[in-house]
Structure formats: C-alpha cells, structure tokens
Design a protein around this ligand. Structure first.
Ligand code: AMP
Length: 182
C-alpha cells in the first residue's frame, strides 16, 4: 500500500471526497490546504481574512503561507499522508520536494483525477461554496490550467503519476483509486 500520496486534478473533480474516503480507510493523514484555509476564514484569523479575498477571486494564496500550513502538519506523520490541493504550482512542488527530502519521506504515488470542463462546471455550480460563483469557477479553472497542470508532466517524468477518470459513481472511482494504491 502506498502511504505517501498526492491527489492532483481540477477543482470539482472529486479529490476532496475521494481523499477523505481513502485516508480514513487506510489511516492516512488527509491534508487539504483548501479546507485548512477555510477553517482560518471561519475562525476569522488575520490569515483567514487575507486568504478569503484571494480565495473568493479564485486565485492562489501565497506559496509561503500554504507551505507553512503543510510543513507544520506533515513532519511527524509516520503513518502516511494524502495531500489534496497541494502542491498547486511548480514552486510549491519544489518546496514540498525539499521538505520531504529533509524528513526522508518521499512521495510514493501521484494520482490525477481527470474530468472534462463541462462536467466540472456543472458539478461546481451545484456545490454552493462561497467561491463557487460562475465567475470564480471560470477563474479557478484558468488558474488550474496555467499553474497546476505543469505538475502533471513534472510527476509523469518522475514516474510517479497515474490517472483515473473522475466521471462516474463514487464507489467505482474509489475502487479504481485503490487498485492503483495497493
Ligand atoms: P480547494 O478547496 O483546494 O479548491 O481550494 C480553495 C481555494 O483555496 C483555492 O481556490 C485557493 O484560493 C486556495 N488554495 C488551496 N490550496 C492552495 C494552494 N496549495 N496554494 C494556493 N492556494 C490554495
């Protein structure tokens, strides 16, 4: 079983849902930078206030900020982890790489959940999160394509990437993911 995992994929592909299921089934730490940022927003912290403006535009918050969120939590995690929504660009991938080298915990699998824009937009519009307005959704997809998709080639070249089609029944997709991870 792979125990140090990254989930990649566009917003609305179902990364969060699948990450929660897989992490709880195998006792991995589920780390969603989006969830952690939303907690800060709800708690009304300074960090949350700053992040909220950026998140509501569909832009990425600063690399340094998300890295510090991840670093704090991952360092003593010996059972394994599943990162969901991080890294989001090549700078974050490089920072993650040096952190993982420092703690001697290399990535074992990168899993890409793929879905067409049409299905993504439909899903996001029914989700009802505060950053799920039509305009923000469009920007999040643009940001994904520009900043995050280079990670697909990056992790493919490292021989770590496998893809799963994210369109289908939740259980069916979960089974396909498990086949890759086991
Ligand atoms: P998510 O829940 O992963 O869709 O993230 C929601 C929002 O949080 C994104 O649109 C970004 O504004 C912010 N965010 C989450 N993860 C990151 C990250 N790794 N780097 C920068 N911004 C992030």
């Amino acid at each position: 079983m792979k125990r140090r995992i990254l989930f990649l994929g566009p917003p609305g592909a179902g990364k969060g849902t699948q990450a929660i299921r897989i992490a709880s089934k195998y006792g991995l730490l589920h780390l969603s930078t989006g969830d952690l940022l939303r907690e800060e927003v709800t708690a009304g912290t300074e960090l949350g206030k700053e992040a909220k403006l950026i998140m509501n535009k569909g832009e990425l918050v600063s690399d340094q900020l998300v890295l510090s969120i991840v670093e704090k939590r991952i360092s003593n995690q010996k059972e394994g982890w599943l990162l969901d929504g991080f890294p989001r660009n090549l700078v974050q991938a490089a920072s993650l790489q040096s952190l993982l080298e420092k703690i001697n915990q290399p990535i074992e699998q990168v899993l890409l959940l793929e879905l067409t824009d049409e299905v993504l937009i439909k899903r996001l519009l029914t989700r009802g999160r505060s950053d799920d307005t039509e305009e923000t959704i469009k920007n999040r997809l643009t940001v994904y394509k520009e900043k995050t998709t280079p990670l697909i080639e990056h992790y493919s070249l490292l021989g770590l990437l496998k893809s799963v089609n994210g369109d289908g029944e939740m259980e069916e997709i979960e089974n396909k993911i498990e086949e890759i991870l086991i």
